[in-house]
Design a protein around this ligand. Structure first.
Ligand SMILES: Nc1nc2c(c(=O)[nH]1)N[C@H]1C(S)=C(S)[C@@H](COP(=O)(O)OP(=O)(O)OC[C@H]3O[C@@H](n4cnc5c(=O)[nH]c(N)nc54)[C@H](O)[C@@H]3O)O[C@H]1N2
Ligand SMILES: Nc1nc2c(c(=O)[nH]1)N[C@H]1C(S)=C(S)[C@@H](COP(=O)(O)OP(=O)(O)OC[C@H]3O[C@@H](n4cnc5c(=O)[nH]c(N)nc54)[C@H](O)[C@@H]3O)O[C@H]1N2
Ligand SMILES: [Mo]
Length: 567
């Protein structure tokens, strides 16, 4: 974040509501624009707050980022603004990629995206001539059935302009949850151990089996799938968005949910409710009773961030120490402690079932942690990129970003400076694919969903904060003034007073409906409404659908066909 905010000559923010959803970084970017004249291009269907600071705002139709990016790259190639030496030295597959880009002349890009041709030229010039330029995105790019393709196309753009591996450049996804980067780094994905070490790699399996004392456990190998080796599975698991539909398909029988509220945050809430009613066994580890807790067979009380000591890894791969600030309340226990107690009991039962064949070493397989620094030592030993990131170093105030393989390594603020992980950067030919569900005669408007500054996802934490509820106490649906007039909404309604006449609208999709107060605003273009999922009585996920990106399995939260009526 430091180098981007201090050294980029231009920013391309595409699909990130930076000032509301990443306010600290958003402030750094606004200051860069205001005080040192950095250029800012924002590509977002909505007139979000940061567009006030933008040199140029491109207002594409939702779900048309690929034609937009390809159109910009067409212009860059047409004008000869590409970085020829970077392409030559650091990349491959340029010709195949270029052939695809040539299918997106500005007129065609303009037709699909709705952005005027002159604005495409203006944007391409700003982005190409102000180097280094940093691309910044968040869920506006990824929550689509083309999420992965969108990201790859932005990587194409940065390779084309030679903006990779440079201070002030790069591809910069703004991660969302405080520790979502850490969760992925620690193997919270179906196909990898820590630091993206594949579960399908026999050497990796052996390393972990040995460390966890499972290398001389039962040698149960499934002949068909060869899935269990040395007591550790090498089978690729499922993502959340596959486990949930798996319930009604009879593939998922039980769930252990830790710190998620799927009734609020997963797409198509009705389907989620049916699924959770049908599941055989559900354990929920939470800090508050949530919308999901009513479906749980067992509730386990975890602790909040303020009651724990450990680390979070933030969006720039920086590992940060948090320390327990208040005593644990009631029966709550550290999340890691609860998980390890469950693990011990499972291992005990398994040992009994197998007639004690598991030996002593395997019995607790290292689940006897004293504290979170004990866990960090295990991470250091088994995770090359975290090898040198110890609690002791963090306690001295060192600011460490992985990869940091050894105790004397200073950490790595910028990746890919000399070469990419795979060697040469591979240009990918990326074609446009339309969204899964577009408006039609029955559902003529487009719903986009996301967050507001004052609330956090399902709102279990923020709806308990009085001050936040005073500022933003109910779900609001953004409706363009043109649509408001057509729908017969009263434009004089003063939102702040909360007084009648109220403009309550009903938004209906193929899966459900919600009713909430309209906020008449040109933040959304005509034909589009915007809703959040912070309030159970009017959550956008009653409307959304579970169409997934085929690779990342992320749902297309950003595009749903709806109809809107005055209540
Ligand atoms: N206050 C607050 N902050 C948060 C969170 C929170 O709940 N509350 N959540 C955190 C988490 S986990 C995350 S993932 C991040 C999310 O951070 P963001 O991704 O910035 O937040 P979103 O509200 O999902 O909206 C992203 C932007 O994408 C735009 N958009 C919609 N459709 C499209 C499209 O087709 N193309 C493009 N280019 N843009 C589109 C929307 O108009 C919006 O401005 O925020 C984090 N920060
Ligand atoms: N329509 C729509 N839906 C979306 C999105 C969207 O843009 N549009 N965005 C998606 C995205 S990017 C995200 S990240 C998800 C977020 O979805 P969730 O992860 O389900 O939402 P959160 O509210 O962040 O957290 C879930 C629960 O964790 C609990 N919790 C907090 N701290 C702790 C802790 O320390 N320990 C334990 N055990 N529990 C804790 C909270 O009480 C809360 O109920 O929503 C997704 N859903
Ligand atoms: Mo997120």
């Amino acid at each position: 974040m430091d180098d981007v905010a201090k050294e980029a000559k231009a920013f391309f923010i595409i699909g990130s509501n930076t000032t509301e959803q990443h306010p600290v970084f958003g402030t750094m970017l606004r200051r860069a624009v205001k005080f040192r004249g950095a250029k800012l291009v924002v590509a977002d269907p909505r007139k979000i707050d940061i567009t006030e600071f933008a040199t140029l705002h491109l207002r594409q139709r939702p779900g048309t980022d690929i034609p937009l990016i390809n159109g910009l790259m067409y212009i860059i190639l047409e004008k000869g603004w590409e970085d020829k030496s970077f392409i030559e030295e650091r990349t491959e597959n340029f010709d195949e990629f270029k052939a695809t880009v040539m299918q997106y002349p500005p007129e065609k890009a303009s037709e699909i995206t709705g952005i005027p041709v002159e604005k495409l030229y203006e944007a391409a010039e700003i982005l190409a001539k102000n180097s280094p330029m940093a691309v910044i995105w968040a869920m506006g790019i990824t929550q689509h059935i083309v999420g992965v393709r969108n990201v790859m196309d932005l990587a194409n753009l940065q390779m084309l302009l030679g903006n990779m591996g440079k201070a002030g450049g790069g591809v910069n996804p703004l991660r969302g949850q405080n520790n979502v980067q850490g969760a992925c780094d620690m193997g919270g994905l179906p196909n990898v151990f820590t630091a993206y070490q594949p579960v399908t790699n026999p050497e990796v399996i052996e390393k972990f089996a040995k460390a966890w004392g499972l290398d001389h456990g039962p040698q149960t190998v499934d002949d068909k799938t060869l899935s269990i080796v040395n007591g550790l599975s090498s089978k690729i698991g499922l993502t959340v968005t596959e486990m949930m539909p798996g319930i009604l398909e009879g593939k998922t029988h039980s769930l252990y949910i830790l710190g998620e509220d799927p009734v609020m945050s997963d797409p198509d809430t009705n389907h989620i409710r049916h699924s959770l009613e049908a599941i055989d066994f559900l354990v929920l580890q939470e800090i508050f009773p949530s919308e999901t807790s009513v479906y749980a067979d067992v509730l386990l009380p975890g602790v909040t961030f303020a009651e724990k000591t450990g680390t979070f890894t933030n969006t720039e791969r920086r590992v940060q120490m948090v320390r327990q600030a208040i005593p644990t309340q009631g029966d709550a226990r550290d999340d890691w402690w609860i998980t390890s107690e469950i693990a011990k009991r499972i291992l005990n039962t398994r040992m009994k079932d197998e007639g004690g064949r598991m030996n002593e070493a395997a019995q607790y397989a290292g689940w006897d942690y004293k504290d979170s620094s004990d866990i960090m030592s295990e991470i250091n030993a088994l995770t090359p990129s975290y090898g040198g990131i110890t609690h002791a170093r963090l306690e001295t105030g060192e600011r460490l970003q992985w990869p940091c393989p050894t105790l004397d390594h200073p950490g790595t603020p910028i990746l890919h400076t000399k070469q990419f992980t795979r060697g040469k950067g591979k240009f990918m030919p990326i074609d446009h694919v339309p969204p899964a569900e577009l408006p039609d005669d029955d559902y003529p408007m487009l719903l986009s969903t996301g967050r507001v500054l004052y609330h956090w996802h399902g709102g279990q934490m923020t709806r308990r904060a009085k001050g936040l509820m005073q500022v933003y106490g109910e779900a609001l649906i953004e409706v363009n003034p043109n649509d408001a007039e057509r729908l017969g909404l009263n434009p004089s309604t003063c939102l702040a007073s909360g007084q009648a006449p109220r403009n309550v609208v009903r938004v209906t999709s193929r899966r459900g409906f919600i009713e909430a107060q309209a906020w008449i605003t040109d933040r959304v273009p005509p034909g589009m409404v915007y809703a959040n999922f912070h309030f159970p009585n009017a959550s956008a996920n009653e409307l959304t659908h579970a169409s997934l990106d085929p690779v990342a399995k992320i749902p297309e939260y950003k595009i749903t066909a709806v109809k809107v009526e005055l209540v």
